[in-house]
Design a protein around this ligand. Structure first.
Ligand SMILES: *[C@@H]1O[C@H](CO)[C@@H](O)[C@H](O)[C@H]1NC(C)=O
Ligand SMILES: *[C@@H]1O[C@H](CO)[C@@H](O)[C@H](O)[C@H]1NC(C)=O
Ligand SMILES: *[C@@H]1O[C@H](CO)[C@@H](O)[C@H](O)[C@H]1NC(C)=O
Ligand SMILES: *[C@@H]1O[C@H](CO)[C@@H](O)[C@H](O)[C@H]1NC(C)=O
Ligand SMILES: *[C@@H]1O[C@H](CO)[C@@H](O)[C@H](O)[C@H]1NC(C)=O
Ligand SMILES: *[C@@H]1O[C@H](CO)[C@@H](O)[C@H](O)[C@H]1NC(C)=O
Ligand SMILES: *[C@@H]1O[C@H](CO)[C@@H](O)[C@H](O)[C@H]1NC(C)=O
Ligand SMILES: *[C@@H]1O[C@H](CO)[C@@H](O)[C@H](O)[C@H]1NC(C)=O
Ligand SMILES: *[C@@H]1O[C@H](CO)[C@@H](O)[C@H](O)[C@H]1NC(C)=O
Length: 515
């Protein structure tokens, strides 16, 4: 009414209330209006009992619903433990030396999203942790209580030691000043994987050229890898993946493989080495030319040719190959080189040499082949291999040695003149071995004979070698050197052998035969 002195008011107590979720709260609404016609307490919460007076209304509220909404003048919350604390997912792999973001969220939710999940925010503290170590801590005191969910972010420099570290976020809701407890919860930990991959390319060691059918080792390595055991290394030739043997040494990874070139791969190929780590990769490519280069074929029209025969020597090699036979190159690339000769005894065991040259990718490659010619010729008996005069020492061991040459190698046999028995092996030389022998050398081409005179000589044995001197009985003159034998040389001689140990003497009867 107009006479009223005082403006009307309506009051709601308590102004600020915190009740643990699920608990209950008593609100009281009063006014100084003497006869209020309408009035009440509007809320979406469930009621739990009402008491009324004339200018007064008390109401119990049950905090089952999450978000109470109270009249204009009051902020009442049902406090919740922080039931959702989330650390935003970390990158799958984080490069060492680069920053990454840690972000913790305690989301605001509910029908109208007006209150944080861990409300009220003013009592909330968030901490980001690495293992048990606190990285950053923030409390939200002074924030409007109705502000939406809380977020805390930090920029962190990734280090090697962070590999495998668990990061988490802790939320603490301290409602002790409001007569409630200290509620805390933590996010599930997230494990960080950090890596360092050198900016260098892998070191690929491979041959530039590879012959079809041959195999060569290739290797590829890269160091400065962290964590090296997590890195992968791959080798590919063309589109074929090799199966390398991989070794890890310190921070270096190395792959070795053997490449075998097949005929289908002939041509220019690429060898690729790839190292992967943390979703990144480094690659090196090398060119590899696979070629085929058959060795030259050196052919003699007749490898065993009789004397006087024309022999053709031919050297052949593959296309694009230049052959040179005995220093003379073929006229045309890819064509054979040839030479002819009328063979003589002197050509026996003559070697022929052919070289083939192929240019592959700017590199000169060479292969060679040689062949030997055998010339068939009749046996030859010369005085070196088969001397016509031989002297044997009586009582020693000796053989009748006669060597003939010829192709094929001849057989040689010697018989004493007038006898049939072939003389072979060692003889203990006796007087009766002196005489004339006939040696015959035979091969497929022909046979030759030679007459050998074998004679005996008398020497004395002793150590030191004795001096021997002979004198004719009754004379004093020592007989020395060669004699032209005459009748008067017949007679008895006394020969004496002398050395430091003593002397021995023997009488020798010499007869002179006359025609
Ligand atoms: C409802 O109110 C009664 C009386 O005040 C109280 O004992 C009871 O705990 C309340 N119920 C809930 C669910 O808060
Ligand atoms: C703590 O947070 C986790 C993850 O957000 C949640 O699953 C759990 O229910 C919470 N615990 C409590 C007691 O609120
Ligand atoms: C990482 O972040 C810090 C602070 O935000 C900044 O000073 C630094 O330059 C950053 N480092 C790199 C490598 O980006
Ligand atoms: C990180 O957490 C995982 C699983 O929760 C655990 O297996 C691992 O040992 C932890 N790492 C460290 C460094 O504590
Ligand atoms: C490989 O060969 C290609 C084509 O001939 C050439 O362009 C490239 O430079 C070569 N690479 C190397 C590493 O030699
Ligand atoms: C070598 O030449 C001879 C005669 O010309 C021929 O019969 C023979 O087949 C050739 N051999 C080869 C391996 O070419
Ligand atoms: C080879 O040479 C010999 C002697 O010089 C001669 O008698 C012979 O006819 C020649 N053979 C050929 C096939 O020319
Ligand atoms: C011929 O080839 C062999 C290998 O096949 C090589 O060792 C030799 O040096 C070559 N000879 C010449 C004269 O080029
Ligand atoms: C053997 O003869 C040489 C020279 O005729 C002589 O110097 C040497 O003393 C002699 N030896 C003996 C043992 O008579």
């Amino acid at each position: 009414t107009a006479v009223a002195q005082e403006p009307f008011w309506a009051d709601l107590q308590p102004r600020v209330a915190l009740v643990e979720r699920g608990g209950s709260l008593w609100l009281s609404c009063s006014t100084n209006c003497p006869r209020p016609e309408r009035g009440g307490l509007e809320t979406s919460l469930r009621r739990n009992g009402t008491q009324r007076g004339l200018r007064w209304l008390g109401r119990g509220l049950r905090g089952r619903a999450r978000h109470p909404s109270v009249s204009n003048s009051s902020d009442s919350h049902f406090a919740e433990r922080p039931d959702r604390v989330e650390l935003v997912p970390l990158p799958a792999w984080q490069p060492v030396g680069e920053n990454f973001t840690l972000s913790c969220r305690v989301p605001g939710a509910g029908p109208r999203g007006r209150v944080p999940g861990a409300g009220p925010r003013g009592s909330l503290t968030l901490t980001l942790l690495r293992g048990a170590q606190e990285l950053i801590r923030r409390n939200f005191a002074g924030e409007p209580p109705r502000a939406r969910g809380a977020v805390l972010t930090a920029t962190v420099l990734a280090r090697r030691e962070d590999h495998g570290a668990n990061f988490s976020c802790r939320a603490e809701l301290d409602l002790r000043p409001h007569g409630l407890g200290l509620f805390e919860n933590s996010s599930a930990p997230r494990e960080l994987r950090t890596f360092a991959l050198s900016p260098d390319s892998p070191r690929l060691i491979a041959p530039r050229l590879l012959e079809v059918g041959s195999e060569k080792p290739v290797s590829c390595s890269l160091d400065g890898l962290f964590p090296a055991p997590e890195a992968g290394i791959y080798l590919e030739l063309g589109d074929q993946r090799l199966n390398p043997y991989v070794t890890l040494e310190g921070d270096a990874l190395m792959a070795t493989a053997t490449v075998t070139a097949s005929a289908e791969q002939e041509g220019a190929r690429q060898l690729v080495c790839t190292v992967t780590l943390g979703g990144e990769s480094r690659e090196t490519r090398e060119n590899l030319t696979i070629y085929s280069f058959p060795a030259p074929l050196l052919n003699l029209s007749e490898p065993n040719a009789p004397e006087g025969k024309m022999v053709t020597v031919t050297c052949t090699a593959g296309a694009r190959t230049l052959v040179t036979l005995e220093g003379i190159p073929a006229a045309v690339l890819g064509q054979p080189a040839q030479l002819q000769l009328n063979v003589t005894e002197n050509d026996d065991r003559r070697g022929f040499f052919c070289e083939a040259i192929l240019e592959v990718d700017g590199e000169i490659l060479s292969k060679n082949e040689s062949a030997e010619l055998r010339v068939l010729y009749a046996p030859a008996l010369d005085s070196v291999g088969c001397p016509e005069q031989i002297t044997w020492l009586e009582g020693t061991e000796a053989s009748l040695s006669c060597v003939a040459h010829g192709v094929p190698p001849p057989n040689v046999s010697c018989v004493r003149t007038g006898e049939a028995k072939i003389v072979e092996g060692l003889l203990r030389v006796a007087r009766e071995h002196a005489g004339t022998y006939r040696c015959e050398a035979t091969n497929a081409r022909d046979s030759r004979t030679i007459t050998v005179e074998a004679s005996l000589s008398c020497v004395a044995h002793g150590v030191p070698p004795p001096n021997v001197s002979c004198v004719r009985t009754g004379e004093a003159k020592i007989v020395e050197g060669l004699l032209r034998v005459a009748r008067e040389h017949a007679g008895t001689y006394r020969c004496e052998a002398t050395n430091a140990r003593g002397s021995a003497a023997k009488n020798v009867a010499v007869t002179v035969e006359c025609e």
